[in-house]
Design a protein around this ligand. Structure first.
Ligand code: BES
Ligand code: ZN
Ligand code: MN
Length: 525
């Protein structure tokens, strides 16, 4: 890591008093960083065979029947009182239903959370995530249920995702959420601890990295500082190699779309590749290629002002590619993967691209750039060509906040899946169901591609008249991937942030794609 990156890394995490991030690159900006403290501490998560009867007790329930609670200090009288409350409230343990009780025994509060009948990993995790968001009490928490050790670990995972917070910029009347420990009781606690550490803590760390990167404003996370943050997150993690191309390197390779989208910004574009090769994983890598627009103003094709702030999250796809690889690497999964972040800031400027400009990708394909706000597909064109050339992947999965059109079609229920390869599509759909990050297959009819034929170049980046916007964007990206390479594209524009809290996703940036791509890599290897 060179000195600049060290300075950046220091500024971005917690360290203060160093050169402000903006100045490290020698560029515009006030030079005053918005904050130098970290997010408030999360509750540490541990596992034990029993817990004392104090603080908050959370019980996960798959129906109206209470599991055995002797290990968490609930005596016969207390148990009878809980059962009476369950009957009185007609609580049935339906998925994510809650019943909060106070004044029973020595616990300050008893929270019952339903998992629904025959709970899966996801149902268990969601119930625990729901509990994490529900409990504001400053008190130790005990969470229990009819668990095996492995199931207790899944509850720990859900709790970790549900308790995520991004509060580092709150300075006035800061009320950090409680950080008292959580003890999970049920099953073999040693098995629970090792399953959590080996599988679920790494995944929660990957999701946190993605959320943090996306929640950071664009004056903090821009291409160069995104790279610095990622380097820091991977420090000391084995089996990982990190490659970064700056603008000079990309220009040399002829990457005219990735450099071009960033040419209106003083904060230069970057291509970041993070490869992880697990022990014994000798097959070609699976490539995740993410859109990393650290701010999308639209460029000269400027977006309207209302809601433009949302576009600080236009690098969510890139953030989730590195988050997924962080999870796989920290858990030492026997897989070979590479995350590619196509990083640029899309700004209007005297040097910005003009609508109508013809630009060229690394392979020499030409694009008539009719709208500078259709920039995600542009950066992905060069990134896909680069990863194919350099890493010879066995499949490429793009992930991008690509179009408003996908939000109109699928809202915030599913990300859109576009695929030319049926096996890869099936694997992605299955990974979506298991992970809880669901996909819906969208069409790539060949006739849609006619709408992006250009009169003067190989292709144009928009269809000038109305059309199936998300499919057209997908076709454009696919134009830069060899037909022989299994390829899929995920349009996550409706999914990268939660307008209201879900059990595993507090309000804010969701980290969508980390859990999905993690599951895909594990399942497809
Ligand atoms: N980043 C946006 C897409 C987006 C919209 C993400 C809403 C999240 C929420 C993308 O770069 C964009 O501007 N797309 C245009 C494409 C159009 C110009 C063909 C769009 O969807 O309007
Ligand atoms: Zn965009
Ligand atoms: Mn745009």
């Amino acid at each position: 890591m060179h000195t600049k990156s060290l300075l950046l890394a220091a500024c971005l995490s917690i360290a203060p008093l160093m050169a402000p991030a903006a100045l490290a690159q020698g560029i515009a900006g006030s030079g005053v960083v918005p904050g130098t403290v970290a997010n408030s501490a999360e509750r540490p998560i541990g596992f034990a065979a029993s817990a004392p009867a104090n603080g908050v007790l959370v019980v996960l329930m798959s129906d109206a029947a209470l599991p055995d609670l002797t290990a968490v200090g609930v005596g016969t009288g207390e148990r009878a009182a809980i059962e009476a409350a369950i009957a009185g409230a007609k609580f049935e343990g339906k998925a994510n239903a809650t019943l909060s009780l106070r004044g029973i025994g020595a616990h300050s509060r008893i929270l019952l959370v339903g998992t629904g009948a025959a709970p899966t990993m996801l149902a268990r995790a969601e119930a625990a995530g729901k509990a994490a968001q529900e409990i504001k009490d400053a008190a130790p928490v005990t969470l229990t249920g009819a668990f095996t050790g492995a199931e207790a670990a899944e509850a720990g995972y859900g709790f970790a995702l549900g308790q995520y917070r991004f509060d580092r910029y709150k300075t006035v009347d800061r009320k950090p959420p409680a950080a008292d420990a959580v003890t999970i009781v049920g099953g073999d606690s040693a098995a629970a601890q090792s399953s959590f550490a080996a599988r679920w803590r790494p995944l929660a760390d990957g999701v946190r990295l993605s959320r943090d990167l996306a929640n950071e404003p664009a004056n903090v996370v821009y291409p160069e500082s995104f790279v610095a943050e990622v380097r820091q997150a991977f420090a000391g993690v084995g089996g990982v190699t990190i490659e970064v191309l700056d603008e000079a390197a990309m220009r040399k390779l002829g990457m005219g779309t990735l450099v071009g989208v960033g040419q209106g910004s003083p904060r230069g574009s970057r291509l970041l590749a993070v490869r992880y090769r697990g022990a014994g994983a000798n097959a070609a890598p699976l490539a995740f290629v993410g859109k990393g627009i650290t701010f999308d103003s639209g460029g000269i094709s400027l977006k309207p002002g209302a809601g433009m702030w949302d576009m600080k999250g236009d690098m969510s796809g890139a953030a989730s590619t590195v988050g997924a690889v962080l999870s796989l690497a920290k858990s030492k999964a026997p897989v070979h993967v590479v995350a590619v972040a196509a990083l640029a800031e899309n700004m209007p400027d005297g040097n910005a691209q003009r609508p109508g400009d013809v630009v060229r990708t690394m392979s020499g394909k030409t694009i008539e750039m009719l709208n500078s706000d259709a920039e995600g597909r542009l950066v992905l064109a060069d990134a896909n060509e680069y990863v194919a050339d350099k890493y010879k992947p066995r499949a490429i999965v793009n992930i991008a906040t690509l179009t408003g059109a996908i939000v109109g079609a699928l809202d915030s229920q599913y990300a859109g899946l576009f695929a030319r390869d049926e096996t890869l599509a099936a694997q992605l759909l299955a990974a979506g169901t298991v992970s809880g990050e669901e996909l819906w297959r969208m069409p790539l009819h060949k006739n849609y591609a006619k709408k992006i034929e250009s009169d003067i170049a190989d292709v144009r980046n928009i269809a000038p008249s109305a059309g199936p916007g998300a499919s057209i964007g997908a076709h454009f990206i696919g134009y830069f991937v060899a037909e022989t390479t299994p390829w899929a594209h995920l349009d996550i524009a409706g999914m990268n942030q939660a307008d209201s809290a879900l059990p595993l996703v507090p309000k804010g940036m969701s980290g969508f794609g980390v859990r999905l791509l993690d599951q895909l890599a594990r399942g497809a290897n």
